[in-house]
Design a protein around this ligand. Structure first.
Ligand code: GCU
Length: 422
């Protein structure tokens, strides 16, 4: 544990080239803060019913997140259409069918993302699905030699000599993060998309991803309240949902959107903007994900905006070092999932993400579930390490170890999904 802590601190110092910012990892040094009201509307009305939440307060909060944090996304494009590129029944020891589906964002099929999907062969009718973005290309999630290599751009090389591209990563390199066999054995499908198909993860002034497809005449970058990269990824996930609704093997009423770290932030936002997602799961999502901004422990607004200027909308930069001025905080993001179940996972050594703040946002979102007659979080105190809380509509665990998504995390997600989907 101490060793892990030292490694975490060491990697953090490498991670943080931003000058002039003090890092805090000490719970006792968290400044006093007041969270924005969850159940009082902008005109001061107390929200006490499900209907008031749905019709009044939820839209207010969603709109603040859209204009001040992630940025507004456009409607799905008119030209959105799909093509099943490949299908093979004999994968994963003959236990699963692999499909690859192109989701074309444009009529001319120049811009598309590829969904890689595994469906259990042993099934009666359609199956529930876990759906998440991957970091390094579809071919890295499993050693299956027939997965088509992702080819979209990733980022420029540090030495300025050309580009890093997903094909530089080995097949199956990220397999430990994608336990396909376990999910199949439990009756779940798994779908994933390489996030660079939607928008490569670097700051290029929004020229190379989906953003330019929507620029109005003369527009060269998103407006201050329009989508950054995280919102673009979430929007891409929402477009994938249009496909899932057409696939008879998938039960589109049981699709859980899941993600680790930056993709955990994305999963929560996807669940917020698209209520067709029946569950959201955030793993080690930290700042801009499940962690409360106002705690200012580990990564802060200023830091995330300096390290990743393209992730959020331009308006969000106003809150650098001014967390108290943010009109929202992340318990409200979790609450946007209600009454759908949501699961938050932390890792005890992941101090950059801030496990306690991830727990608290779930706890403080719980009153909204009560409006629906449901229990959000079933505990008031953060549970012990490796002691998951899975019996409410907001599940939570803090795992031994560091920033990663592991078989242990997925096992808890499956247990939680079993409770709600089966
Ligand atoms: C960086 C970033 C985090 C993010 C993480 C990841 O550490 O600062 O906000 O969650 O990368 O995506 O792995």
């Amino acid at each position: 544990m101490i060793k892990g802590f030292l490694i975490a601190c060491f990697s953090l110092t490498i991670l943080l080239p931003v000058k002039g910012q003090e890092l805090n990892y000490d719970e006792s040094k968290i400044p006093p803060y007041t969270l924005p009201e969850l159940l009082v509307s902008e005109d001061g009305e107390k929200i006490t019913t499900e209907a008031q939440w749905i019709e009044k307060r939820r839209p207010e909060i969603l709109s603040l997140f859209e204009t001040q944090v992630y940025g507004k996304s456009p409607e799905h494009p008119k030209g959105l259409h799909f093509e099943v590129l490949s299908e093979d029944r004999y994968t994963i020891g003959n236990m699963a069918t692999r499909k690859e589906i192109a989701v074309y964002f444009t009529e001319d099929e120049k811009h598309f993302m590829t969904i890689l999907m595994y469906i259990p062969n042993k099934r009666n009718g359609s199956v529930p699905l876990f759906f998440g973005l991957n970091f390094k290309g579809n071919h890295t999630v499993n050693e299956d030699a027939n997965i088509t290599e992702s080819i979209t751009r990733m980022k420029p090389r540090k030495d300025g000599d050309g580009e890093v591209r997903p094909h530089m990563f080995k097949r199956g390199e990220a397999a430990s993060r994608w336990p396909v066999e376990m999910l199949i054995a439990n009756g779940y499908g798994l779908a994933t998309v390489y996030r660079g198909d939607i928008d490569p993860d670097y700051d290029d002034g929004f020229q190379n991803g989906v953003h330019p497809l929507f620029y109005k005449e003369g527009q060269a970058k998103p407006e201050s309240d329009e989508w950054g990269t995280l919102a673009a990824w979430a929007w891409g996930m929402s477009c994938a949902m249009d496909y899932f609704e057409t696939d008879e093997d998938i039960d589109a009423t049981k699709v859980a959107v899941v993600g680790h770290s930056r993709h955990g932030k994305t999963a929560l936002w996807a669940g917020a903007i698209d209520q067709r997602f029946a569950m959201a799961i955030s793993n080690d999502s930290g700042c801009g994900g499940a962690a409360l901004f106002r705690r200012r422990i580990g990564e802060t607004v200023n830091k995330i905006n300096s390290l990743f200027p393209h992730w959020f909308c331009e308006n969000f930069k106003q809150y650098n070092n001014k967390e108290d001025e943010l009109p929202v905080d992340q318990h409200q993001l979790i609450a946007l999932m209600a009454p759908r179940p949501v699961y938050i996972a932390s890792a005890v050594e992941d101090l950059w993400a801030g496990p306690k703040g991830e727990f608290l946002s779930g706890l403080y979102a719980s009153p909204v579930y009560q409006l629906f007659g449901l229990t959000g979080m079933t505990v008031d105190e953060m549970p012990e390490v490796d002691d998951p809380v899975t019996n409410g509509y907001i599940g939570y665990h803090v795992r031994t170890g560091n920033h990663d998504i592991k078989l242990y995390d997925w096992q808890q997600f499956v247990k939680f999904a079993d409770r709600h989907f089966k």
